[in-house]
Design a protein around this ligand. Sequence first.
Ligand SMILES: NC(=O)c1ccc[n+]([C@@H]2O[C@H](COP(=O)([O-])OP(=O)(O)OC[C@H]3O[C@@H](n4cnc5c(N)ncnc54)[C@H](OP(=O)(O)O)[C@@H]3O)[C@@H](O)[C@H]2O)c1
Length: 345
Amino acid sequence: MNAEQPSVLTATATAAKSMQSIVQERYGSSPERVLRLASVPLPAIGRGEVLVRVRAASVDRGTWHLMAGLPYPVRAAGFGLRRPKYANPGRALAGTVEAVGADVAGLAPGDEVYGVGAATFAEYARSRADKLTAKPANLTFAEAATVPISGLTALQAVRDHGQVREGRRVLVIGASGGVGSFAVQVAKAFGAEVTAVCGAGAAKAALVRSLGADEVVDHTAVDPTDGRVRYDVILDTGGNRPLSRLRRALTATGRLVIVGGETDGRWLGGTDRQIRAQLLSPFVGQRLGSFVASENAADLTVLRELVEAGRILPAVDRTFPLAETPAAIRHLLDGRTCGKVAVTV
Ligand SMILES: NC(=O)c1ccc[n+]([C@@H]2O[C@H](COP(=O)([O-])OP(=O)(O)OC[C@H]3O[C@@H](n4cnc5c(N)ncnc54)[C@H](OP(=O)(O)O)[C@@H]3O)[C@@H](O)[C@H]2O)c1
């Protein structure tokens, strides 16, 4: 059998020869200009892949980067040098398995799954089997779809790179955002004392308190890195504070985990700060670093267990229908989001 052809397709999928999908022919920074709804053929799956009937997808900062093709190294990372390689920039998904390719074990048509796929702003999407696992039973599809990218990043930042343990003082910068809203909850689940940094407004403060933060700091009123309080771990997901300021808010042996931060830089996009942190780290007592999140079923399972145990709950700010995906991305770009934005299909 040709590895590019679907090995098992249910009657429903084969009957539906085309599907509704958000499509993008060129890179661009404005979602309203580059994304549109179209009727396209169903994706074909190959060996080790799964066709998912998408019930919901979600938006994160990476969605914008993939749509815009910025910073430029994103394009070289397999997303298309001159034009987008994938039909749309959606990656997180929740849905039901429609069909499985050869060599896929443990997943079967009808299973409710969540994870990471390709071009997930569509009725059907292709995913690698090792990036999917059973959906948390207590979440809606929209809630579940907000977990994979942001939740995996938060889990790995807290557990692996921050090495957060019981009683550690943790500062989460960007706590009202996608990664930050999960990071606050994961750090609390690991027994930390969490100070959450967010922007002005009662809604953002109320959200981060509801996530379990012990202290909330409005970064528009107070500098959370003025050094008056020192933290064992700083998880930085927003604001691009200079390394020197972040370091003065860390204990002598504290850990700085730079998850990301938005800049206008078309070539480096803030990664220069992350590179400088990694270069400096061997010469100082503090551990300064960054990482690229790993998309894997094992950590999706850890997240599912935390969700089903009631330790973490996605904070879904708004849900948009598929046709309004550009508005969903715009909502994130406008900076008003509290938590996550979902797209339902
Ligand atoms: N390393 C990886 O593998 C990885 C994975 C996922 C994401 N990322 C990166 O991590 C970053 C966060 O992603 P996300 O999806 O969570 O984005 P997001 O939902 O937009 O969250 C970022 C948050 O940063 C906060 N912020 C903005 N300016 C700030 C400032 N001056 N000081 C403090 N906080 C500020 C915003 O909240 P307020 O308005 O409340 O301040 C915003 O909610 C992005 O740069 C993304 O590209 C990296």
